[in-house]
Design a protein around this ligand. Structure first.
Ligand code: 4AD
Ligand code: MG
Length: 483
């Protein structure tokens, strides 16, 4: 019977087409047994559901089950029947069973019990085999697919922007160097500094912090483009929302101002959340229970006001609030927690950036819906943002989400050559790394806008996981690049 074509467990657990012979290959999650039979739960990653295999010792000698242990891979053939148990629709009555790869129970780290997320991070090579990471991995895939579908359906072109660049798109100086120089003996220039003209690219290069600048070049010819690639930031923030290597979705549109930009951001977020609700319900139901369980262990005042699925539906059912930085600052300044000194960072002077506690207050307490904040003070935002006539603010856009805070950052871009050039000089950005960017403002410049969605922040929201290290397979964070 092993010569039957292999079925995937997803297709079997949801079928009503019983009483036929099937063949599966998968990994053992649990084994329990009695004198005459054993029940083996198998999972092959195609679904959160396990397939229950019933092994009757009259058919398969009990000795064959010695190596059927949690973590082992097996090949099983037999009859698929309707299950009498209430926990599953079907079960597989084994006729043939072979162990493909053993897993010694004294060595295999994943026991059939709940492990902490911290422990599983140290076992990232195996954590795909847990219910939680299986679910997160499937949802992550669904969201990648939905992003490409969303933009493709709307006539956007996907652009691959470079990973190695010579510029700092955000001007924040948080870059990882890329070099082929011998670091123990680098070539020196006259002043004793490192001579990067001798380096691989003949100049100093780094890993990109954003594909935006190159996406702009493409948008200023193709009208609507997006890039979805890895980005790298050497910021030393060890928080539950920061990674050193993360993925960013960056649409860029010509003939598009800040209002069109907000419309797209809102439409995209609602689309992605709806897509998850429509296509990932089994996994979301599991993650919803997990989320409720985690929340119940928190102090009452720290608990989320909504369950996971509830908050997803809440986003699809609500329009986003649109306010300016100045309005938001006013709300925060006059808020109860500010007056009572409850914020770690008091809100006082206009011009200071918000902290995530402030963003969450606006979203979760004050407006009780996602909030889009525009027109930030220009001194706290990047050089490329469109300058407003007031001389103080820029056409920035941040989208704030419950529990996450900032999930999207973007802006209308400065399309006026002189203003952009002035800002580059003012901020001491090396002109020679920006000549090509500036030239687009010289030749057929137009109003244009775009934004960046932090893909892992989206996943935090959709999966309800509390730490960004648990929504990317192999997180890169300060002092951690294992696997
Ligand atoms: O706000 P940011 O820095 O904006 C840009 O990079 C623009 N160039 C985007 C654009 O307009 N095309 O980053 C955008 C988003 C943030 O809102 C956040 O969701 C995410 O990227 N992000 C991070 N995610 C994980 N780890 C980090 N260290 C992140 N830094 C930013
Ligand atoms: Mg930002």
């Amino acid at each position: 019977m092993h010569n039957l074509k292999r079925s995937e467990i997803k297709a079997l657990v949801n079928t009503t087409d019983y009483d036929r012979d099937v063949h599966v290959k998968a990994w053992v999650r649990t084994k329990r047994g009695s004198k005459h039979v054993a029940f083996v739960a198998l999972n092959d990653g195609t679904t959160i559901q396990n397939l229950q295999v019933v092994v009757d010792f009259d058919k398969i000698p009990e000795s064959k089950l010695l190596d059927v242990q949690t973590g082992a891979s097996v090949s099983v053939s037999g009859r698929l029947v309707e299950s009498k148990g209430s926990r599953q629709n079907v079960e597989l009555l084994a006729e043939e069973l072979d162990v493909l790869g053993k897993a010694d129970p004294n060595e295999y780290p994943l026991q059939p019990k709940k492990h902490s997320l911290e422990f599983l991070r140290e076992k990232a090579h195996l954590r795909f085999r847990t219910n939680t990471f299986g679910a997160v991995t499937r949802v992550r895939h669904a969201m990648i697919f939905a992003i490409h579908k969303f933009f493709n359906d709307r006539g956007f072109y996907n652009i691959h922007t470079p990973i190695i660049t010579g510029s700092d798109a955000e001007g924040a100086g948080e870059m990882f160097h890329v070099t082929a120089l011998d670091l123990s003996n680098p070539p020196r220039d006259e002043k004793g500094g490192i001579d990067f003209t001798k380096d691989f690219f003949g100049k100093e290069t780094n890993l990109t912090v954003s594909g935006q600048l190159e996406a702009e070049l493409a948008a200023l010819a193709m009208s609507k483009v997006y890039t979805f690639g890895p980005t790298f930031r050497a910021e030393n923030s060890n928080t539950s929302r920061h990674l050193a290597e993360f993925w960013m979705v960056e649409p860029e549109m010509a003939f598009c101002d800040i209002h069109d930009n907000m419309d797209l951001a809102e439409e995209m977020m609602q689309y992605l959340v709806s897509y998850a609700l429509d296509h990932c319900m089994e996994d979301l139901e599991f993650l919803d229970k997990r989320f409720a369980d985690e929340e119940s262990r928190k102090k009452k005042e720290d608990r989320a006001s909504m369950g996971l699925i509830e908050r997803l539906k809440f986003v699809t059912g609500n329009t986003f609030e649109r306010i300016t930085y100045t309005e938001a600052q006013d709300v925060l300044k006059n808020s109860k927690p500010n007056k009572k000194g409850k914020f770690t960072y008091a809100v006082d002077d206009w011009g200071v950036d918000f902290q995530s506690e402030h963003e969450r207050y606006l979203v979760e307490k004050h407006y009780q819906k996602p909030v889009m904040v525009t027109d930030y003070p220009r001194d706290i935002k990047a050089f490329y943002m469109k300058q407003n006539d007031d001389g103080k603010t820029v056409r920035a856009l941040d989208v704030l989400f419950p529990q996450i805070g900032e999930i999207i950052g973007g802006s209308q871009r400065e399309e006026n050559y002189d203003k952009l050039y002035g800002r580059i000089r003012e901020m001491d950005i090396p002109e020679e790394s920006m000549w090509w960017y500036l030239e687009t403002r010289k030749f057929g410049t137009v109003v244009h806008s775009g934004y960046g969605l932090g893909f892992e922040r989206l996943l935090l929201f959709v999966t309800g996981m509390g730490n960004i290290r648990d929504v990317i397979p192999f997180p890169r964070t300060p002092k951690n690049a294992e696997f």
